[in-house]
Design a protein around this ligand. Structure first.
Ligand code: DGT
Ligand code: CA
Ligand code: CA
Ligand code: ZN
Length: 585
């Protein structure tokens, strides 16, 4: 568990305590714990394991808190959190997802208006019943109504892929321990690498389905049993997510894995193709329509299922019914980019602005991850909250980078090169946040938009196009600004952005942060089509932040990207060639 994850659990406890009107000191203690953990640069796991050190050495961490943290690090959970999740009504969780509604306001809404759903809240706002509550008002009422539509979209109540992945990994480890299970795999949207996951689907191969299903119920994170059949069981797991387990035999494993991986759209096309060939495909296998009693033609592996209808095996990330079947038939499936293809990471922050690790620590972490180059891209001065860099501080950082590169080269054992970069803000009024001559000296410039996100479409689009046409700008960072489940994209004409990026040789970022994944799969596919070079970047604000690269790679794979579409799969020499081309354009 990372520091950030531990911190968010503590924050969650504080929210729920606050909702209950709990003891203010206790609430404050959890908030402080969250802040403390978030602000600790070293990972708590490392500190704990280091000989002669203890969590209680950290200022503000007492014995009590240390015990809780250790339990979390050991994969345990917080008993208090579990209790609170039982006590607080479901509607409160839903209401707290509405941007701008904290626990106190939610409590007032639930108690005074007797709300039982988000729909109720919308009705109450429209009837003008919210404005008269203590601490609300007409403005708040209007704000709630505006944000409600966003929170109410069922697509926004799904777990992030990364959150689901934590659960999937624990679940697989537990289920693979079951003596009756010959094989256990995950399917569904998790396997397809969708950015959010609605429920978790797992598949077990066994001759003893009851034993396997009992094993699931015995998992220490298993909640309520929702359904129990002869070969399928559904339960609630951590964070209220539903888990669907099916148990099949070896002869059907491939057919079932294919079926439950989906997507529905993909499966509909697979089945209609089978029908055209006189075959029927279901979760048990492939049979001839005119002889369904006969032994199935295929079913053991996914490969043989696809092969039975004349197709190559299709990577799960592409199974969305977007033309992958035609490409599998023509033998023209893309050779999707993999994590191993990634040579560099071109967006990250340090303690110079809002990062948690120093320049040297980030470089060391990059070496440990096998990267051959990174760009340090701290914020520019407009981002006052992050203490963004002005020209002077940026040049000072660049001198440190020069010295670091010299010492890395002198050590001789590391192939890492650190590029002098900046994440420069596109200003509200247009233009960039640093002088031309400074930008021209940078090795790598990411231009991002953090302010004036509510501007009209033509203004936002204009700001981004201006940056794209700037000779020093290498890449546009998180091009749409959306935060999954939290904030919609700004209003921008992405087709114009993509076309301009292609015309000028400016890269577009796939920001790998699990909340961003921006460009998303659809936009990245469109950018690829237009011939844009994309960059998959972590935007890391800590050394562990570098590990989200895999989330960005998954999104890129869903977009059908090959290594040649991703600029940071290039060698540094080849990347530099690409950059010179842009400067001359
Ligand atoms: P999710 O859970 O909303 O993130 O998305 P999925 O794709 O995991 O959907 P889910 O869990 O409802 O079903 C898993 C897969 O099982 C789905 O992708 C295709 C298959 N499947 C499940 N139910 C049906 C169905 O009623 N019809 C068809 N064609 N396929 C189904
Ligand atoms: Ca699912
Ligand atoms: Ca499911
Ligand atoms: Zn950034």
């Amino acid at each position: 568990m990372t520091n950030a994850e531990i911190a968010s659990l503590f924050d969650h406890v504080a929210d729920l305590l606050e909702y209950q009107g709990g003891n203010v000191f206790r609430i404050r203690a959890y908030r402080n714990a969250a802040r403390l953990v978030k602000g600790t640069v070293e990972s708590l796991a490392t500190i704990r394991e280091a000989a002669g050190r203890s969590l209680t050495d950290l200022e503000g961490i007492g014995k009590d808190l240390a015990i809780k943290i250790e339990a979390l690090l050991d994969g345990g959970r917080l008993p208090l959190l579990e209790q609170l999740e039982q006590e607080v009504p479901q509607v409160a969780f839903e209401l707290m997802r509405v941007p701008g509604l904290g626990p106190k306001k939610v409590k007032i809404l639930v108690d005074s208006l007797g709300l039982t759903s988000l729909d109720d809240l919308g009705d109450a706002c429209r009837a003008g019943r919210v404005r008269d509550l203590k601490g609300f008002g007409e403005k708040t009422e209007a704000m709630i109504l505006a944000n409600l539509a966003f929170a109410q979209d069922p697509a926004h109540s799904r777990l992030l892929w990364q959150e689901a992945d934590v659960i999937v990994q624990q679940l697989l480890a537990w289920m693979r321990d079951c003596p009756a299970a010959e094989r256990v795999e995950a399917a569904g949207s998790w396997r397809r690498g969708r950015e959010t996951v609605g429920d978790i689907d797992i598949l077990a191969q066994s001759k003893k389905p009851n034993e396997v299903m009992d094993h699931l119920l015995a998992w220490n994170a298993a909640g309520e049993t929702l359904l129990r059949g002869e070969t399928k069981t559904s339960i609630r797991g951590p964070q209220q997510i539903q888990i669907d387990l099916r148990v099949v035999t070896a002869a059907s494993f491939g057919a079932a894995w294919q079926y439950f991986t989906g997507s529905k759209e993909h499966n509909v096309r697979v089945r209609s193709r089978a029908r055209e060939q006189g075959l029927t495909i279901n979760e048990y296998g492939v049979t001839r329509i005119d002889d369904q009693a006969a032994k199935p033609l295929a079913g053991r592996t996914e490969e043989e299922v696809y092969q039975s209808i004349g197709l190559l095996w299709i990577p799960p990330e592409l199974r969305e019914g977007r033309g992958e079947i035609e490409r599998a038939e023509a033998g023209s499936l893309p050779q999707l980019v993999t994590l191993a293809d990634i040579r560099g990471d071109l967006h990250m922050h340090t303690t110079a602005t809002d990062g948690e690790a120093t320049l040297t620590e980030m470089a060391q972490a990059a070496i440990e991850r096998g990267l051959s180059y990174i760009a340090i891209t701290d914020h520019s001065k407009r981002v006052t909250m992050a203490h963004g860099l002005d020209e002077k501080r940026l040049r000072r950082q660049w001198r440190s980078i020069d010295r670091l590169n010299e010492s890395l080269a002198a050590e001789g054992k590391s192939p890492l090169v650190v590029l002098k970069g900046i994440e420069v803000d596109m200003l509200e009024k247009g233009g960039l946040d640093l002088p031309e001559d400074v930008l021209a000296e940078a090795d790598w410039v990411v231009a991002s938009l953090h302010y004036g996100q509510k501007q009209a479409r033509d203004r936002i689009t204009g700001r981004i196009l201006e940056a794209i046409h700037h000779p020093a700008v290498s890449c546009i960072g998180h091009p749409t600004g959306r935060l999954i489940n939290r904030r919609p994209a700004y209003d921008v004409d992405m087709q114009q952005v993509i076309d301009a990026a292609a015309a000028t040789g400016t890269c577009l970022e796939i920001n790998a942060n699990p909340w961003r994944l921006d460009l998303d799969d659809t936009l990245a596919a469109a950018a690829r089509q237009a011939g844009v070079q994309m960059v998959i970047s972590t935007d890391a604000h800590s050394t562990e932040g570098l590990d989200v690269m895999r989330c960005g790679v998954l999104q890129a794979r869903r977009a059908g990207l090959e290594p040649k579409d991703v600029a940071n799969t290039r060698t540094l020499a080849s990347l530099r060639k690409l950059l010179r081309k842009k400067e001359r354009s």
